[in-house]
Design a protein. Structure first.
Length: 136
């Protein structure tokens, strides 16, 4: 029963918290990201996630999916996202503190910066700076 409750808690709790910083001022962000490793060394991952931006006047939710490469303390990825304001590319870079996880699953924390660039690559919507946790 404890394992079920812990698992449900991990699925419901946000994996990231931070700020989305567009040109007109920062907005608070809660994010839920789920990773599925698809190589034996677990460095290559498919990501699916939802961002909730409760203080935004334009788009309160964003759905995202893409790829992330993780090696020891370094993260880099490319996501596509959809929100009420339109679709964006989201290149990301981050730093992780914790064990690599190639020999089992280990908890860690990370600091992630993610840009929001329109799909047409004709502007810049802002950047998200997130502090989060993960199991790797």
């Amino acid at each position: 029963m404890k394992v079920v409750l812990l698992t449900m808690g991990l699925l419901v709790l946000p994996s990231d918290i931070g700020l989305f910083i567009p040109a007109w001022g920062p907005d608070f962000v809660l994010a839920w990201s789920y990773q599925l490793a698809f190589t034996e060394n677990r460095r290559h991952r498919i990501i699916a996630g939802i961002d909730w931006i409760p203080t935004s006047d334009t788009a309160r939710a964003r759905i995202r999916g893409g790829y992330r490469y993780s090696r020891q303390h370094f993260l880099v990825g490319l996501m596509a996202a959809e929100a009420a304001t339109g679709a964006t590319w989201s290149p990301e870079v981050g730093f992780r503190v914790g064990r690599d996880g190639t020999e089992g699953i280990h908890p860690g924390v990370h600091l992630l910066a993610r840009a929001e660039i329109p799909i047409a690559v004709d502007g810049f919507r802002g950047v998200a700076v997130l502090l989060g946790w993960d199991m790797r």
